[in-house]
Design a protein around this ligand. Structure first.
Ligand code: ATP
Length: 225
C-alpha cells in the first residue's frame, strides 16, 4: 500500500443536511463525493434543530429514521446522529469540534452543496470552520457560485483543484467537486406529497413507505405558500 493510499483512508467525509426527507440528489452526490475523495469513512449528519431554518416538515427522529432506512443497504455510508442527540441549535462548528477531538489530526472533509456554500457566512462562527475541516463544494442544478465580500476572499485563497491536497493536512482547503446534476430537492418532494402526487424514483422506496405509514408531509404538515 502506498503512503498516499494510507493517508486517503484516514480522512473522514462529513455530509450534513436537514434531510427532510433524504432523496437521491443527496445520495448520488454523497456516493460520488465519497468515491472522488477516496474516503472509506463517510458520514451523513442530520441536523437536529437546523440553525438557519424556522421550519422542518418532519421531526428530527423521523428525519433520522428515514436517513437510516435510505443507507442501510449501502455499506459505504454511516449515519452520525450527534446533532439530533445534542440539545439546542445544530451548529456545524460544534459538530466539527467534537469530531476533531475524536479524530486527532485526520483530515476532515465537509461536503456541502453550492447553495449552502454561498450562505456560509451566515453559519455560526463560520471563519472557524476552515481551521477544523476542508470544504468540498458540489455544484447543484440552478445554484451559481455566489459568495461575496470576506467569504469570497477566504475561499479563493484556499481553493485547490487537487483532491490529494485535502489528504495532506487536517483542514483549510476548498475543493470544487463535480457531481451528477440531479434537480431533486426536499422542498419539491414535500410539495409532491402534500399535493397527493407520486414522488417515486426521486427517493428510495423504503423512505416513501415510511412517509406514508407515518403520514408525514401531508397538507397539515406542509409549509404554507
Ligand atoms: P430543502 O429543499 O428542504 O432546502 P435540500 O433538498 O436542499 O432541502 P438539504 O438537507 O437542505 O436538502 O441539503 C443537504 C446538503 O445536500 C446541502 O449541502 C445541499 O446543498 C445538498 N444537496 C441537496 N440536494 C442536492 C442535489 N440534488 N444535488 C447536490 N447536492 C444537494
Amino acid at each position: 500500500m502506498t503512503a498516499s493510499a494510507t493517508k486517503s483512508r484516514a480522512a473522514i467525509g462529513l455530509f450534513g443536511g436537514t434531510f427532510d426527507p433524504v432523496h437521491y440528489g443527496h445520495l448520488r452526490a454523497a456516493l460520488e463525493a465519497r468515491e472522488t475523495l477516496g474516503l472509506d469513512d463517510f458520514r451523513l449528519l442530520p441536523a437536529g434543530t437546523p440553525a438557519l431554518r424556522t421550519f422542518t416538515g418532519a421531526s428530527a427522529p423521523h428525519r433520522l429514521a428515514m436517513l437510516q432506512l435510505a443507507v442501510e443497504a449501502y455499506p459505504g455510508f454511516s449515519v452520525d446522529d450527534r446533532e439530533i442527540r445534542r440539545p439546542g441549535k445544530s451548529y456545524m462548528v460544534d459538530t466539527l469540534r467534537e469530531i476533531r477531538r475524536e479524530s486527532g489530526d485526520k483530515p476532515l472533509i465537509l461536503v456541502i452543496g453550492q447553495d449552502a456554500a454561498n450562505d456560509l457566512d451566515q453559519w455560526f462562527e463560520w471563519r472557524t470552520l476552515f481551521s477544523l475541516a476542508h470544504l468540498a463544494i458540489m455544484r447543484r442544478p440552478e445554484s451559481r457560485i455566489g459568495w461575496k465580500g470576506e467569504l469570497r476572499k477566504i475561499i479563493e485563497r484556499r481553493l485547490t483543484g487537487e483532491v490529494g491536497q485535502l489528504h495532506e493536512c487536517p483542514a483549510g482547503r476548498v475543493l470544487p467537486l463535480a457531481v451528477t446534476q440531479l434537480a431533486i430537492s426536499a422542498t419539491g418532494i414535500r410539495k409532491q406529497f402534500s399535493a397527493g402526487r407520486s414522488p417515486r424514483f426521486l427517493l428510495p422506496d423504503p423512505v416513501i413507505e415510511y412517509i406514508r405509514k407515518n403520514a408525514l408531509y401531508f397538507a397539515a404538515q406542509a409549509p404554507k405558500g
